[in-house]
Design a binder for this molecule. Sequence first.
Ligand code: C5P
Length: 232
Amino acid sequence: MSELIVALDVQTRQEAVEKVKLIGDPVDFYKIGLELFTAEGPDVVKAVKDLGKKVFLDLKFHDIPNTVAKAVKSGGRLGVDLMTIHAVGGKAMIRAAHEAAAEYGAAAPKILAVTVLTSLDQSDLADIGILGRTPADQVLAMAKFATGNGADGLVCSAFDVGSLSPQLPLGTLFVTPGVRPAGAAVGDQKRIATPATAVRGGATHLVVGRPIMAAPDPAAAARAIRAEMAAV
Ligand code: C5P
């Protein structure tokens, strides 16, 4: 059964707590990203955990192995459930993140790798020295590299799960943003999948932001998405 994660894209701890309470039971997993974490720090993670919710801390670590390992340990102490790193940080960094998380045993945060930012196209890759590979080739290469070195899963498009999963270890997590229920505003997303399409494609976790956060009745919007996921 795929899980629904709501992107808590707000600016303050107070707004975050209000939204989590307003949405209530239909959602038990929230993503806290750079904007909210930089504004409010670990207190906002604690506040969401105190409401009984799981937290995906999406800070996309990319640093030397020792620093990333310590940051992952800090996340583990906060009790976060999912964290992100950049696969391009290299083998030792990915392994260090994995080992730091493993110290938390059954409560270990799962480490997700970002392969290629969806904002980058082929010419952007060339600019940073990645030549002769399409973004899709690079996504696959980095996905194999990251999962081969201890990453538990990937953040990727719902449309890429089908081609990636047969080439990756069984049990790899696929966390997919860019999800829109039929009829919802697309916003700035480019390749959108409906919740049903994402689940059918093999996504283990769907990240949904504005279609729930900006809905007139966020709890009802979340319930509708869960129903669509469950019907697959
Ligand atoms: O509001 P929306 O559903 O578009 O929010 C999607 C969330 O997923 C945002 O927090 C966004 O930053 C994140 N995300 C994304 N695309 C990626 C990686 C992360 O939309 N490739």
